[in-house]
Design a protein around this ligand. Sequence first.
Ligand SMILES: O=c1ccc(O)c[nH]1
Length: 345
Amino acid sequence: MPVSDFELVQAWRQVLTLCRLEAGQTVTLLTSLGSNEQTLRCAVLAVREKGAIANRLDLQPTNGALSFSRDPLAFVGTTPLTNNRAAVEMLKASDLVLDLMTLLFSAEQHEILAAGGRILLAVEPPEVLVRMTPTMEDRERVLAASKKLQAAKVMRVTSAAGTDASFALGDYPMLEEYGFVDAPGRWDHWPSGFLATWSNEGSAEGKIVLAPGDILLPQKSYVAAPITCHLEKGFVRAIEGGYEADHLRDYMESFNDPEVYAVSHIGWGMQDRAHWSVMGFYDREASIGMDSRACSGNFLWSTGPNNEAGGTRDTACHIDIPMRGCTVTLDDVPVVKDGRLVENT
Ligand SMILES: O=c1ccc(O)c[nH]1
């Protein structure tokens, strides 16, 4: 069943407290067609309750006829903010932007953060938001693991299905997602609870074998038969398998952009309130699949853009691939073992 406005206002109240929103500050709620009305309504109530100003910036959608899905992550890079100076300036002048539209992987998101802005993405269904309302414990868990990742030189991932790939680390920042934005310049995503970084340019090497039950996003599919991705010098050089491999290749080839095969962020899920099975209960476009990205013990790798990390790749095709049953090591020390988080990581 849905959640009530009372429950969702309570969740927003907790999130805004963790974001340290103060009375008199200005919040802009960024919306477009498809933004969830209940999420918007309850956010405004919680913002006003804090004594803050609640503005709404509603923008016309873009890329609808280019994307293969209405999932906002199915076509990234350009957004309704692109070439929209007036809208960018309003968001830069805000103390907090609640993104109910999805700016992820856009140059404009960077500009707003570089100006000291804070952006919290929140586009999952209200019941998913309430189930994974962020906590300080989420933050502590992600930051503790981040310390280990920051110190590591090599990430390696293996699995019984035959995965054996390695990534050199150190050239890119951390992607610490714990669900609230408690400092200027910070972006986060509610719901989340995972840690990632980007492998050094050209360093991703080896073989990743997707086994039945592994997930493709934004396809929202549980892979039914093995798909083998061969990694060499930081790019996926070949994708082998049955029709699911064909489907993945068909989608990636449609962008006609060699950068779609680049390895993007790599990391693992740490959210014990996220569940692998949730995606199977939702229509494909009803959620963006954060349970799959954040569930504890997954290995989450991805392809395409790295502009999030300050890189130059801004391809519009971004595939997120959460996998089960993997062992992830940092300089040979496991942080995930056979699909389960190693304690105190
Ligand atoms: O929260 C997110 C969502 C998608 C993604 O690729 C990264 N982080």
